[in-house]
Design a protein around this ligand. Sequence first.
Ligand SMILES: [Zn+2]
Length: 278
Amino acid sequence: MELEIIEQTDQTLQFIVKDISIEMVNALRRIMVGWVPSMAVDEVIILKNDSPLYDEILAHRIGLIPFTTDLDAYNLPEDCECGGFGCPLCQVSTTCEVMNDSKNNLVIYSGDLKTNDPKIVPVNPNIPIVKIGSGESLIFEAYAVLGRPNEHVKWQSVSNAFYRYLPIIEFDSSKCKNCPDKCIVSRMCPENLYEYTDGKKSPELVEEYWKTCTLCRSCESNCPETAIKVDYEDKAFIFTIESDGVLPFDVILRKTFDIFLAKIDEAFEKLESAEIQE
Ligand SMILES: [Zn+2]
């Protein structure tokens, strides 16, 4: 398997993965979306709530705040020595105590949550939780734990993960002789992948067409001279991961492969202990 990164920002990672079957690449996507754990609040103790929101709605909003996650320092509650009861190895405590002494309304943000571990904090401090009026206050304690996204979406470690085939377009411009200026193909491509350079009668395919080509085949089906052939590589995919920043991309990828290998081991163990009739 080959892996080549083509774009990386804080929120997006895009890479080409080669020599891999579609079943395998989809298994990796499903593990990423459903099994890679992250940190989120799972228990809220509300001590004072003067806000217009019910406690339950407030707890729900707090639960959906994404937290930076350290997978090496914390255990999943079910795997922890405490048996999931709650201990410093599986739980981060956070508090919020805001009193509005001003004469105006006050918005309480995710940044007002103080955690007992500086590595586990809200990814973005500007997520609004609730607005309170003058003289009102909000005091609560909350406990964040690791969880898997297939249990609840608040534990998702990737916002989205998807892949598409790697396009291959063969364009024989020598067949364009009989076509009028501004051929229909260059006008119809929704991604504008055919460009005219000065003085040339026929368009040219842009260099990195595969990055944006959606394999719609409108060029191939509309070219009157059959100058274009659209295909895709069978075992190569452009894979995109979008993240809200709970985990770095390298950790997401490593954890995905760890889980994948553990699942294969588990399948073999079950197969060995199963009694299969001949
Ligand atoms: Zn524990």
